[in-house]
Design a protein around this ligand. Sequence first.
Ligand SMILES: *Cc1c(COP(=O)(O)O)cnc(C)c1O
Length: 240
Amino acid sequence: MSSRSNLTNLKTKQSKSRFETIADNLNRIKSSLPPSVQLVAVSKFHPADAVLEAYNAGQRVFGESRVAELLDKAQTLPANIAWHFIGHLQTNKVKQLVGHVALIESVDSQRLLDLIDDISLKKNVITDVLMQVHVAAEDTKFGWSPDELLDFFRSGAYKALHATRIRGLMGMATNTDDISRIDADFALLQALFVEIGTIANDLTEFNILSMGMSDDYPLAINHGASHIRIGSAIFGPRSL
Ligand SMILES: *Cc1c(COP(=O)(O)O)cnc(C)c1O
C-alpha cells in the first residue's frame, strides 16, 4: 500500500472515532500495528479516568507533556504504568521528574541532558532518555538540529554521562497536509538514527526511534519508527 493511501485510510477511520470508546480506538490502532512497534498513548490534558479506561483495555505506556500533570496521574493510577515525558522540560522541573518516569523522550539540549545526569546521579537512579531532534519546518518546535546532534555524538561527549542512558531519538514531522514533506522529515530522522547508531556503536541500548502521531503514524512506521505517540486518535480532541 502506498503511503498516501495509508494516510487517507487513517483519516477516514479517525473521522468515525468520536462514536467509539477509548478501548475501541486503542484496539483498532493496536491491531493495525506491526508487532515490533510500541504504542505510547498520549494522555496529556485528559483526565485520569480516561487513562484508566485505556489501562483497563491493556495499555501500559502513557505519554504526558507537563511535569505536574504526570506526577498527579502517576500518584493516583496503577503503579505498573510506564510514563513517558514528551513535552519541553524546564530545567527547574527536572528534580521533580527524575525517578518517576520510564523515559524522558524530549531532551532538547546538552544543558538539559547534563542536568538530568547530575540529578539522576544524586538520586541514585538511571534515567533513560531520547534526544529530541528538530526536523520540522516550524521553528516553534524544540530539539537539536541534525548537525548539532551529529557533532555531539562524533565528539564522544555522550561518554561522560554517568546515570543517563541515551536510548534513541524522538522527532516530529512538519504539521502539514503535504505528504512528501512529512515523508522527508521521517526519512531524515531514520537516517540520523542509523548514522548515530553507527557513530556511537558502544551505546548498546540505542534502539528507540519515537516518531509518528495520530495524523501521520503510518508514514513514520514506513520509516522504521519503533515507538509511535498517539493522543487524539485514542482519547479524542483535547481541550486546552
Ligand atoms: C501531543 C503530542 C503527541 C500526540 O499528538 P496527537 O496528534 O494527539 O496524536 C505526540 N507527541 C508529542 C511530542 C506531543 O506533544
